[in-house]
Ligand binder design. Structure first.
Ligand SMILES: Cc1cc2nc3c(=O)[nH]c(=O)nc-3n(C[C@H](O)[C@H](O)[C@H](O)COP(=O)(O)OP(=O)(O)OC[C@H]3O[C@@H](n4cnc5c(N)ncnc54)[C@H](O)[C@@H]3O)c2cc1C
Length: 403
C-alpha cells in the first residue's frame, strides 16, 4: 500500500486540521463542566458543523464520508487534547446495530440525537453467568400484550448511570438451544423498574454498573430483529465492538517509556544504558511497529471497500498486554515515586499509573485475551473449534451448579 494521502485525501486532511484548530474547546470554555458536560459540548460542536459521526448518512446526522476520511479525521482529532468521549458505545456499536435492524422512523428519531451527543446509549449484554459465553445469559423477557416484561440482571454496563437508552439482549425461550432463544431490544434507561448500581473500580472511578430489571416493560415495537433472532442481531453489535476497540491504542506508548528511560537512573547510570531495559524497549518497539503495519493493512482493506475480518483481533491481543507491561515497567523505573498517582504531582501527569490501573480491564472488555486467541485460532488459522459441551442442548436442560 502507498501510505501517502491522495490529492483528495490531503485536501480533506487540511480541511479537518483547519476546523479542529479553530474549534477544539479551550480549557476556559470547558471550565465548570464535569466530564459528561465536556464530552457533550464537544460532540454538539462537531455535530453543528457537520463533523460528528462523519461516516453516517447525512440524513442520520453524519456526512456520508468514506472509511479513509474517518481514519484521517481520527488521526487529526487525536493530535488535540479534546474532552474524553462518552459516546464510543453509542456511536461505535449501538448506532450500527440500529442502522442494520431498526425501522426508518426509529433511525430518524434516535440517530441524530445520538450523533449530536444529546442522548447517550449503553450496551446491556454481560451478566454474571454470561460474559465470554454471552449466549448463556439468563435475563428473561415474557410477552404481555404489546409489551415485553423484563426481569434479571446485567453487569459491567459502562455508562449506564448517565445513559438515556441502551441495547439489550434477553432470553425469550429457554426451551431451545442457547443461541436460538434470545431476542434483542432497545430501551429507555429511565423506564420504571430499572435500578443502576455503580461498581467501584481499582482506578478509583465507577464507570460501569450492575443494572437490575424488575418487571421492566418494553414495547414490542422496540424489538430489533425477530423473536429468537437476538444472537444474529448481537453479532452486528459485537463485530462493531471489535472493530471500534481495535489495537487498544492510547495510554502509554513506546515513546513515553523510551523518554522515561533516558531520564531516570538505574544503578547510578541512565536506565537506557541497561541491557535489560534496552531489550524490553526493543521488544515493544517491534510489537508497536507490527501493530502499526497491521493497522495499515486494515486501512488498505477499508480503502478498497472491504470489511476487515477476524484477523483484527490481533490488535487487541497484542496491544492490551503491551500497554500493561509497559506501564508496569515504567512504574518500576520510577521506583517509589511510581506510587504517586496524583496527576498534579506524578511523572507524565499520572499517565503511567492510570494506564496500569485500567489495563487489566482493557484485556477483558470486548473479548478477553483468551477469547481473542480462540478467534484467531478458529477463524484465521482454521484450527479445530473450542469444546462446546452445551451445543444443541435446550438451554433449560443444560446442567448448572444448582441442578
Ligand atoms: C472495562 C470494561 C467495560 C465493560 N463494559 C461493558 C459494557 O458496557 N456492556 C457489557 O455488556 N459488558 C461490558 N463489559 C463486560 C465484558 O464484555 C466481559 O467482562 C467479558 O466479555 C468477559 O466476560 P466475564 O467478565 O463474564 O468473564 P468470563 O467469561 O467469566 O471469563 C473468565 C475467565 O475465563 C476465560 N475464558 C472464558 N471462556 C473461555 C474459553 N472458551 N477459552 C479460554 N478461556 C476462557 C476468560 O478469558 C477469563 O480469563 C466490560 C468489561 C470491562 C472490563
Amino acid at each position: 500500500m502507498d501510505f501517502k494521502d491522495t490529492a483528495e485525501e490531503a485536501a480533506f486532511r487540511e480541511e479537518v486540521k483547519g476546523w479542529l484548530a479553530a474549534n477544539v474547546p479551550t480549557e476556559g470554555e470547558l471550565s465548570g463542566l464535569d466530564y459528561i458536560g465536556r464530552a457533550k459540548l464537544w460532540q454538539k460542536r462537531k455535530y453543528d458543523a457537520g463533523w460528528a459521526c462523519i461516516r453516517w448518512p447525512k440524513e442520520h446526522g453524519g456526512r456520508d464520508a468514506s472509511a479513509i476520511d474517518q481514519v484521517i479525521w481520527n488521526q487529526e482529532e487525536s493530535k488535540f487534547n479534546t474532552p474524553d468521549s462518552i459516546f464510543a458505545i453509542g456511536h461505535g456499536m449501538c448506532a450500527p446495530t440500529m442502522m442494520t435492524w431498526a425501522t426508518d422512523e426509529q433511525n430518524k428519531r434516535y440517530l441524530p440525537k445520538l450523533a449530536s451527543g444529546e442522548e447517550v446509549w449503553c450496551q446491556l449484554f454481560s451478566e454474571p453467568a454470561g460474559g465470554s459465553d454471552l449466549a448463556a445469559l439468563r435475563t428473561r423477557a415474557e410477552k404481555d400484550g404489546d409489551d415485553w416484561v423484563i426481569n434479571g440482571q446485567k453487569i459491567w454496563t459502562s455508562g449506564a448511570h448517565y445513559s438515556d437508552y441502551g441495547v439489550l439482549v434477553v432470553r425469550t425461550d429457554p426451551t431451545v438451544p442457547k443461541h436460538q432463544g434470545l431476542t434483542y431490544f432497545f430501551l429507555d434507561m429511565k423506564s420504571p423498574g430499572i435500578e443502576i448500581k455503580p461498581i467501584k473500580q481499582i482506578s478509583g472511578g465507577s464507570n460501569f454498573n450492575e443494572v437490575y430489571f424488575t418487571d421492566v416493560r418494553i414495547p414490542d415495537a422496540q424489538r430489533l430483529g425477530a423473536v429468537g433472532q437476538g444472537w444474529q442481531v448481537s453479532l452486528t453489535t459485537l463485530m462493531n465492538e471489535r472493530a471500534s476497540i481495535g489495537g487498544g491504542g492510547g495510554g502509554v506508548g513506546f515513546d513515553s517509556v523510551y523518554k522515561l528511560a533516558t531520564r531516570v537512573k538505574l544503578g547510578g547510570k541512565p536506565a537506557i544504558e541497561n541491557d535489560q531495559v534496552r531489550a524490553n524497549l526493543a521488544n515493544w518497539y517491534c510489537q508497536e511497529s507490527g501493530l502499526k503495519y497491521t493497522g495499515y493493512r486494515s486501512m488498505t482493506a477499508l480503502s478498497r471497500g472491504e470489511i476487515p475480518g477476524p484477523e483484527n483481533s490481533i490488535g487487541k491481543l497484542v496491544g492490551a498486554p503491551k500497554q500493561q507491561d509497559m506501564a508496569s515497567f515504567a512504574l518500576d523505573l520510577l521506583e517509589t515515586s511510581g506510587a504517586i498517582w496524583d496527576p498534579e504531582l506524578s511523572e507524565a501527569a499520572g499517565m503511567f499509573q492510570a494506564t496500569y490501573m485500567s489495563s487489566p480491564g482493557l484485556r477483558i472488555a470486548g473479548g478477553t485475551d483468551e477469547i481473542m486467541a480462540n478467534i484467531i485460532a478458529e477463524r484465521v488459522l482454521g484450527l479445530p473449534q473450542d469444546m462446546r459441551a452445551d451445543k444443541g442442548i435446550p438451554f433449560n436442560e443444560v446442567p448448572t451448579s444448582s441442578s
